[in-house]
Every structure is written in structure tokens, then in C-alpha cells.
Design a protein. Structure first.
Length: 126
């Protein structure tokens, strides 16, 4: 399985809200960094962070716009990350992400998005 396929499967696990599959995609010492927030280091820390976030979510809909893998195996994604929040808000974020993998596991995942846009949408209800 290519790194691109691994990342596509990872996105599918978000859409299923499968916390265990999301965490299992990471190396033991893998890092998830939503720029500009603090990075999450280690598979168990990632699992806890994902579970806490998804506890406030009714549904996830991540749509891949573009995906590319470089010669070193890094995977770049352009996505629209959608979340139906339990408070009634709907969040739609344009996101650029880069995944670095080793041995079929994510060792580093960095996502770049507008935090203020996310916060404003999460605060809205209706």
C-alpha cells in the first residue's frame, strides 16, 4: 500500500469517527500538529485528543481536493474538513496538510488552517 493510500484510508477513518483507527495510524512517537495549536506527541496523546474533540461532533465529512506524494514518500493534501457539531454549528475548513510516514505509520502530520475561521464557525449555532 502506498503512502497516498494510507493517508486516504486515514481520512476515511476520520469520516467514520473511528478514534481507534485514527490513533492506530500513528507511530508510537508520532506527532499531530494543527498549526497554530500545540503539537500532540505520541499515539496515546493523539488518541486522547481525537476522542476529546470528537466527543463534541455528530458527524465528520472530510473531502479531498488534491493529494500528492513526493519522491521521499511525504503526502500533501488539500482538503475541506467538515464537522457537524453537537451544538448545531457546521464547520467547513479549507486545510492543507502534510503527512510523513515510516513503515506504513504516520510519524508527523501537520495541518495548516485558519484557526479564527474554525473558532467562529464552532461558536455559531443553528
Amino acid at each position: 500500500m502506498s503512502n497516498t493510500q494510507i493517508v486516504e484510508r486515514f481520512v476515511e477513518s476520520w469520516n467514520r469517527m473511528d478514534v481507534e483507527a485514527i490513533a492506530a495510524a500513528f507511530a508510537d512517537d508520532g506527532v499531530w500538529h494543527n498549526i497554530p495549536m500545540e503539537p500532540r506527541r505520541g499515539r496515546e496523546t493523539v488518541r486522547i485528543a481525537v476522542a476529546r474533540f470528537l466527543a463534541n461532533v455528530d458527524a465528520v465529512d472530510w473531502r479531498m481536493i488534491a493529494i500528492a506524494e513526493d519522491v521521499n514518500g511525504a503526502v500533501l493534501t488539500e482538503r475541506i474538513d467538515g464537522f457537524a457539531m453537537k451544538n448545531g454549528a457546521r464547520v467547513e475548513l479549507p486545510v492543507m496538510g502534510i503527512f510523513e510516514l515510516s513503515g506504513g505509520l504516520i510519524v508527523s502530520w501537520r495541518d495548516y488552517f485558519d484557526l479564527a475561521m474554525m473558532q467562529n464557525q464552532m461558536a455559531a449555532t443553528g
